[in-house]
Design a protein around this ligand. Sequence first.
Ligand code: ADP
Length: 499
Amino acid sequence: MKIFRKNFVRYIDAGLPILYVDTFEGYKTKEIIRELCSQHRRDVIEWNLLGAVDFSDGQTLALPKSDLAATLQLLIDDDNLDNKTLILQDAHFSLDKPETIAALKAVAQGITSGKYDCTVCIISPLVPLPKELENYTTIMELDPLTEENIGEIVRGFIKTQEIDQPEDDLLNKIITRLKGLSQTEIYNILSLAISEDGMLTSRDLTNILEQKQQLVKKSGILEMIRVKETMNDIGGLENLKRWLLRKSEIFKQIKKAQDFGVDIPKGVLIAGMPGCGKSLTAKAAAKSFDVPLLRLDMGRLMGKYVGESEGNMRRAIKITEASSPCVLWIDELEKAFAGVGGKGGGSEVTTRLFGNFLTWMQEKDSLAFVVATANKIDALPPELLRKGRFDETFYVDLPNRTERRKILEIHIRKRRPRDLSRIDLDRLADKTDGYCGADLEGVVREAIESAFVQKKPALTTDEIIDAIENTHSLSEVMKDSIDDMKKTYETLKLKSASK
Ligand code: ADP
């Protein structure tokens, strides 16, 4: 907790009025704060829904117990705030009440005006911060546990539970898997792991992974996607595939690569035409990296309270890091950050959210590889395209003739492998100029269905040509916007995903 401790002392010395510690680890946080306050000769008053205790004399304060606003008012009236740290634990339950907000604001103003030397510490897992308090509040987080810390926790657990210590190799694997989780979460997982057989075995590694998936699910912002798709399912996009395969080689032997001086791969931005395999590539990347795929739902990330979206973003980042090594797929990136830094401007929240995201991308040294996909790159803030954020930005165009041939082949092989040798793929590729990958898949699907309904024994070229003639290609449907997009990509001089 070095960083948390250092920042906490810095913040109380600087007289910051409200510190909001975003954590589920209330007990541990309180312990640390109490210890730091005692080192700095500061008295602590603690409040939670059950009441308030003044730690200078250990007395329970005779206060209107569960009413935070009244408690604060009493402390102001009694002039009982100087040289104090006020720890508030269940504050999030009453942070939407005007009287609580007003009372906290009054305390904060008293602090900033120098009336008393005091710090309010709100410890809570939620950050629905009222707008009125935003300027007075600094959000803090506990340091993530290091492998060393986790090792201590696991060894401590083994000792107190009096179970056999697993072999070093397994113990190290367990410790690595538990990375990113909090102490409580680790205890819970370990307790569950030994509940059946009374020991830690290699089977528990799977349990740990399942528990992490639970964490992802509970967040409501991230989704863990099961991936079947491989690079072989992608027709064309050879440049992009080659690039990703290279990164996956690094990813898989990261320790060796780092020792050699190779940077940890950060991520890739794939922009371009809809239906041309961007999402498919995100999935295949996870498969090739041999790690789980997490999808970030930007829509759900945007909350309605001030600070909620940022809280969600922080949580998403935390969970992503906890799940690393992983691929984090951010779908339709432009929807989240449209307008930031450009004409018209994004909203304040979006701009801040964007800032948080950029900082994370810049500083990230975990094995969470980001694949961001976007259909409209001109809506994206230019900072995002600058070097150092993503390792590379690729542009996906409508498939060329060779790519179309390959895509058709892939989708026919998937469904009717034995008909493939009789189908004239060259003719089909010639006939499908302007069709995107999804169109081509649709054509194959349609042709197979119609062959079945008409009781034909096999799929033929003619069947597929009929389907092509009955399909409007993407370039027909979106002619104007496709031309615009092409121009943008040319101006931005992005790397082509194709050869
Ligand atoms: P995007 O994310 O670019 O909008 P998707 O990757 O979701 O497009 O493509 C939709 C579907 O179309 C894919 O699941 C796949 O079946 C098919 N498809 C698109 N592009 C390709 C491709 N290059 N190779 C093979 N199939 C493709």
